[in-house]
Write a protein that binds this ligand. Structure first.
Ligand code: NDP
Length: 277
């Protein structure tokens, strides 16, 4: 059986490291502060925002909460971001996505000062990653790099296949694996004969957004499999994009859902906040 990569334990380790850094900064007179903006009351977003605030509390990061009505205009939202950009006491600004359909997400993300873009979604942050400069890294892929490194999985020279090319997971993930010297392939919905591509992978990272789509015949014997997906199955149980029971016996390492990639996203957000300070 494979080794199960314990995202819960690794994320707890990272949050403890952040907590120490936050307390050292406090001792020097610097407080770390994250502003969290939610527009509307999508129940999933409310849960995510609540978890982020809880993590801030654990790490000693002050969180400022802005809960705006569903019909808030794009201009009013951007005016709030401008105010937070100018506020020296705020180190990080997070706008919970998705935003209501009348608001242009790209314009909102671009309004955040790049030095406070702790989600790492802005063109500046992605551009910095692309050319190998310092900058905020998108939290989910950055968390996966930490999972691999802290599990002592060697990345250099490995064949890595990333399924998915979204701006928040697939693309930054591929760039980060490239930066770690993997040989990287990105697969997507137009990829022909997906299993023949994924079977090349020493490290297979799945961010396809389809419950239990990846079966054993997509995976090379001994591969490391990282599952980014989060869904509810027919029994209302959490599951990933990977059919865990089918795939696990073939892997050397695998992340479970829940308890794999999920907890890392918030831990890396906390890490980015303290970097911002
Ligand atoms: P998107 O829906 O934005 O992207 C999915 C990607 O998968 C697209 O690039 C799409 O290709 C590709 N794809 C879809 N169907 C196929 C197929 N049949 N074969 C090959 N590729 C396919 O999703 P996200 O990247 O935002 O998220 C992916 C998953 O990760 C979701 O389940 C999401 O809930 C989860 N997630 C989890 C997080 C966490 O903290 N654990 C954080 C963020 C996301 P194309 O571009 O051609 O359409």
């Amino acid at each position: 059986m494979p080794a199960i990569i314990d995202g819960k334990a690794i994320s707890a380790q990272i949050k403890d490291e952040v907590k120490e850094r936050v307390s050292a900064l406090k001792a020097e007179g610097t407080e770390v502060c994250l502003a969290v903006i939610q527009v509307g009351n999508d129940p999933a977003s409310t849960v995510y925002v609540g978890n982020k605030k809880k993590a801030c509390e654990y790490c000693g990061i002050r969180s400022e909460s802005y809960e705006l009505a569903e019909d808030t205009s794009e201009d009013d939202l951007i005016a709030l971001i401008d105010r937070l950009n100018a506020d020296k006491a705020v180190n990080g600004i997070l706008v919970q996505l998705p935003l209501p359909s009348h608001i242009n997400e790209d314009r909102v993300i671009m309004a955040i000062d790049p030095t406070k873009d702790v989600d790492g979604f802005s063109v500046n942050s992605v551009g910095a990653l692309c050319i190998g400069r310092k900058g905020y890294r998108s939290c989910t892929p950055a968390g996966i790099i930490e999972l691999l490194k802290r599990s002592n999985i060697d990345i250099t020279g490995k064949e890595c296949v990333v399924i998915g090319r979204s701006n928040i997971v697939g693309k930054p993930m591929a760039l980060m694996m490239l930066q770690e010297n993997a040989t990287v392939t990105i697969a997507h919905s137009k990829t022909k004969d997906l299993p023949s591509v994924t079977k090349r992978a020493d490290i297979l990272i799945v961010a396809v957004g389809k419950p239990k789509m990846i079966k054993a015949d997509f995976v090379k014997e001994g591969a490391v499999v990282i599952d980014v997906g989060i869904h509810r199955d027919e029994n209302n149980k959490l599951c990933g994009d990977v059919d865990f029971d089918d795939v696990a016996p073939k892997c050397s390492y695998i992340t479970p859902v829940p308890g794999g990639v999920g907890p890392m996203t918030i831990a890396m957000l906390m890490h980015n906040c303290v970097e911002g300070a």
